[in-house]
Design a protein around this ligand. Structure first.
Ligand SMILES: CC(C)(COP(=O)(O)OP(=O)(O)OC[C@H]1O[C@@H](n2cnc3c(N)ncnc32)[C@H](O)[C@@H]1OP(=O)(O)O)[C@@H](O)C(=O)NCCC(=O)NCCS
Length: 214
């Protein structure tokens, strides 16, 4: 039987996550998920209309979700690593458990592990011996090379490329189209700007951009 699922965040990535859920269900003989709806504390009129147009339910705020008696599975469909961390910590403390969503058109090679709450989108390519932590977002067409670790709450934006033997620490955001060269560490909560090329270690908490990234 399909399990109940709630997505937190009805913005762009939240609704892209709906696509991942729908693709998983469409590829299975029996649908895996019953999407109850989306939770959003600050639903805009535009996003409300977008939900309506797709026949998706807005289930109220995070507080409304926390006040429920039932404990459906969840993912946080919000791109910001820090916001995602805050929400996941509250939900986990209240007894909710996150699930992992992997689009059937993503490819995962050998010895790839993916933690709870992570969302891997269509076109993502992950090769071999890769550890992905909890609540990691791998956006469309992002690639991750061999022997790399993505820690918890990492966001790889679309078409970013992480080379082999890298460590991407907790809470890092890698911007759209950015590249991290092999054997490098990007420190906790750092941001790599869109289209940057990272050629040396990135200190935790820093923002780097450009080619080479500084
Ligand atoms: C790098 C980044 C984090 C900087 O954000 P910010 O601190 O708010 O910076 P600002 O927008 O104020 O820009 C500051 C300066 O950096 C420049 N800049 C911004 N982003 C840049 C980038 N990716 N590469 C090179 N220069 C950039 C701006 O032009 C500006 O230059 P100026 O001071 O000469 O005018 C952000 O621009 C970025 O690239 N984020 C990733 C976004 C992304 O992936 N979006 C896709 C979502 S799916």
């Amino acid at each position: 039987m399909a399990e109940d699922l709630i997505i937190v965040g009805a913005g762009g990535f939240g609704r892209e996550t709906v696509d991942v859920v729908e693709a998983i269900n469409a590829a299975a003989a029996v649908p895996s998920w019953h999407l109850c709806g989306l939770v959003d504390d600050a639903l805009t009129a535009r996003n409300a209309e977008r939900l309506r147009a797709r026949g998706l339910r807005h289930l109220g705020s995070l507080e409304d979700l926390l006040a429920r008696e039932s404990r459906p599975r969840y993912v946080v469909g919000i791109g910001s690593p820090s916001v995602r961390r805050r929400i996941a910590e509250r939900l986990d403390a209240a007894g909710f458990s996150a699930t992992t969503l992997i689009h059937p058109q993503a490819t995962l090679g050998s010895e790839v592990t993916v933690g709870a709450g992570s969302v891997i989108c269509a076109g993502a390519r992950l090769t071999t011996n890769i550890q992905i932590g909890r609540h990691v977002h791998v956006n469309p067409n992002a690639t991750v090379g061999h022997d790399t670790t993505l820690a918890n709450f990492v966001s790889l934006n679309p078409s970013s490329s992480i080379s082999g033997d890298c460590v991407i620490e907790d809470g890092v955001l890698v911007g759209v189209g950015a590249v991290v060269l092999n054997q490098l560490t990007v420190g906790r909560d750092a941001v790599v700007g869109a289209a940057a090329c990272v050629v040396r270690q990135v200190a935790g908490g820093s923002v780097v951009k450009g080619v080479p990234a500084r």
